[in-house]
Design a protein around this ligand. Structure first.
Ligand code: NAP
Length: 278
């Protein structure tokens, strides 16, 4: 029987590309997005249902799941992909903006997950993929709020995987690094642009941006690469929890996970801390 995946945030980027990827592998896709006029191209694909889902709107989550089950009979996998990066200095960012970051990247994932779990429990099967980030494994300055949201997502996913394993439901985390072809940078740049400017931080911001610029050059992965990792994580039949999705972040992920805490923090401070500026 043809399997079905529900993906959030399919208007662009990984969600849109993963929709095409799953279809080419013979899956039905419930391609959800905030504004369905962004889904005209996907709606032309066979086996795709484009439907509205805003992760901040519980009624839209319930109706998207219902419409998907009505069209395809059942849902086998959920990809919590919708999200964005709130970039900028913490002190310069408003509490409202911080709340919105968590509303989408953390509480939005929880709302969609909560809504689909009764269906997965009835089926005694289901795979949940949460799209995290390198920023869910290591932190960088000037993206502290995005990191906080993805660290929360990582902790939630890991703990949830224990709760659900006895029910036939698998939880996995996919961790992409920088992929510049999506709309991620556009929204992050717009969010950062709204933060107030605090002159005391200016030398730090300038030196950090110069480091980020060198990191940008290492971003060679494509949306297709990440879509493949998401698909492989759904279908590999294992209970592997985490998948590092792009090569650019592997050295930092390895450093975070395999060197001692003291060595790692010392290394990062030498790049970004006060000693780096002196
Ligand atoms: P993208 O092209 O900007 O796609 C983000 C998607 O999330 C869009 O479809 C956007 O919809 C959707 N979204 C935002 N707020 C939403 C809400 N309240 N409800 C439903 N959908 C919402 O960026 P992307 O790179 O594909 O990002 C996808 C995921 O990958 C995110 O979780 C991001 O944190 C993660 N990630 C990206 C990168 C990267 O470098 N690209 C790296 C690591 C992790 P609208 O069009 O309506 O705004």
């Amino acid at each position: 029987m043809t399997k079905t995946v529900l993906i959030t945030g399919c208007s662009s980027g990984f969600g849109k590309t993963a929709t095409g990827y799953f279809v080419r592998q013979g899956w039905n896709v419930i391609a959800t997005m905030r504004n369905i006029s962004d889904g005209k191209e996907l709606a032309e694909l066979d086996n795709v249902l484009v439907t509205r889902l805003d992760v901040e709107d519980p009624a839209s989550i319930a109706s998207a799941i219902e419409a998907g089950i009505e069209r395809f009979g059942r849902i086998d996998a959920l990809v919590n992909n919708a999200g964005y990066g709130l970039f900028g200095i913490f002190e310069a960012t408003s509490p409202e903006k911080i709340k919105e970051q968590f509303d989408v990247n953390v509480f939005g994932v929880m709302s969609v997950t909560r809504a689909i779990l009764p269906h997965f429990r009835t089926n005694k099967a289901g795979v949940i993929i949460n799209v995290s980030s390198g920023a869910g494994v290591f932190t960088l300055p000037m993206i502290s709020l995005y990191c906080a949201s993805k660290f929360a997502l990582e902790g939630f996913s890991e703990a949830l995987s224990y709760e659900l394993s006895g029910l036939g439901i698998t939880v996995k985390v996919v961790e992409p690094g920088g992929v510049i072809s999506t709309k991620f940078g556009q929204r992050s740049g717009a969010e950062a642009g709204q933060a107030q400017s605090i002159p005391d931080y200016e030398p730090f911001v300038t030196s950090s941006l110069a480091i980020f610029e060198t990191m940008r050059g290492q971003r060679l992965a494509t949306e297709e690469d990440v879509a493949k990792v998401i698909h492989d994580a759904v279908t590999d039949g294992t209970d592997q929890l985490r998948y590092v999705a792009t090569d650019d972040i592997k050295p930092l992920v390895r450093a975070r996970r395999e060197t001692s805490e003291a060595e790692y923090i010392q290394f990062m401070r030498s790049k970004f801390g006060a000693s780096a500026a002196s």
